[in-house]
Design a protein around this ligand. Structure first.
Ligand SMILES: [Mn+2]
Length: 320
């Protein structure tokens, strides 16, 4: 395999020579794909390149503090224009990025660069830089900027730190490495607006959402036999809460609960389904989720089954 420095050199050369560049963040964008793509956007803009920043879905407004938040476009028409280089960030496949169909329309003659940290990656690029040892694609971009002597200003530092924090759950999850903590420190020293990241991505829960979390907290049960903590939400508990918000509750419970290896959150849907979300420290919950027709990662997985939740004196039970 080619060395990191060699591939970094090839990417640097391709981007430096390019006049028109298309940068792609994956659909349903998270902090990492946004941080990696918007920092690259800022660097290329400083070189007076013609840069387009595309994402199939508009970034959520919690990322409004990112310097280039307003530069993202979801207009598929940008794929009808010619580019010298196209870069896809944080995506194992073009389908995951949400551009597998758009990309077929691109006028020929571009070089496709794939920058990612997921172990499973299709290597769909002309240049592939896949580094699973990195916590995040933003960490890879930090290493890239550093290796090429690119100045990391406060805006770039803020974007990259956003990505590292997102993928490591603020340097707390099991993916966190000494290197990611070291890089985070350097990004703060480069002027990353740490408090703004915390304010917008961590201290950002509305009172309405926290009330729902309150309901979930009041229903927590610890089953010592299976070493699992459970809670649930009924349709009647809320009017309009996004699944994303409930996922956030699972992550929150996982981050603060000291009892139990595994946390299971159940939520009724208006369509008569029950959505389950597992988080664990050690147990491989993807196996359990798969038994229930779902899937996911070892430590974060989910499923959906038909039914509803009935409250009984002995606790909640699932009925058809
Ligand atoms: Mn990532």
């Amino acid at each position: 395999m080619e060395s990191v420095d060699y591939i970094f050199g090839r990417i640097y050369e391709a981007l430096h020579k390019a006049e028109r560049v298309l940068l792609i963040a994956h659909r349903k964008p998270d902090g990492d794909t946004l941080g990696a793509s918007s920092s690259t956007h800022r660097w290329l803009k400083s070189l007076n390149k013609d840069v387009t920043l595309f994402c199939q879905d508009s970034p959520s407004d919690k990322h409004i503090y990112l310097e280039h938040y307003g530069d993202f476009t979801d207009d598929p028409g940008v794929f009808d224009r010619p580019y010298d280089v196209v870069v896809v960030f944080d995506s194992g496949t073009l389908r995951y990025a949400g551009v597998h169909e758009h990309i077929l329309r691109l006028p020929a003659g571009y070089q496709l660069i794939n920058i990612d940290h997921h172990i499973v990656n299709d290597r769909y690029g002309d240049i592939n830089f896949v580094l699973p040892e990195a916590t995040s694609t933003s960490e890879i971009m930090y290493r890239f900027f550093e290796a090429n002597g690119i100045v990391i200003d406060a805006a770039i530092a803020t974007a990259l730190l956003t990505g590292i924090f997102f993928d490591t759950s603020n340097l707390t999850n099991s993916a966190t490495t000494p290197k990611s903590i070291e890089i985070s420190g350097r990004l703060m020293a480069s002027g990353a607006r740490y408090q703004e990241i915390v304010r917008h991505t961590l201290h950002d829960k509305s009172v309405d959402l926290l009330r729902i979390w309150g309901i979930m907290l009041s229903r927590l049960r610890y089953n010592t036999r299976f070493d699992i903590v459970t809670t649930y939400l009924l349709n009647d508990d809320f009017d309009d809460v996004s699944t994303e918000a409930i996922e956030g509750a699972s992550n929150f419970l996982n981050a603060v609960t000291g009892d139990g290896d595994t946390i299971l959150t159940l939520k009724e849907t208006p369509q008569g389904m029950i959505k389950g979300s597992f988080r664990s420290y050690k147990r491989d919950v993807s196996k359990i989720a798969r038994l229930l027709g779902g899937g996911g990662h070892k430590k974060a997985a989910g499923f959906a089954i038909p039914g509803r939740i009935q409250e009984t004196i002995d606790g909640p039970v699932i009925v058809k």
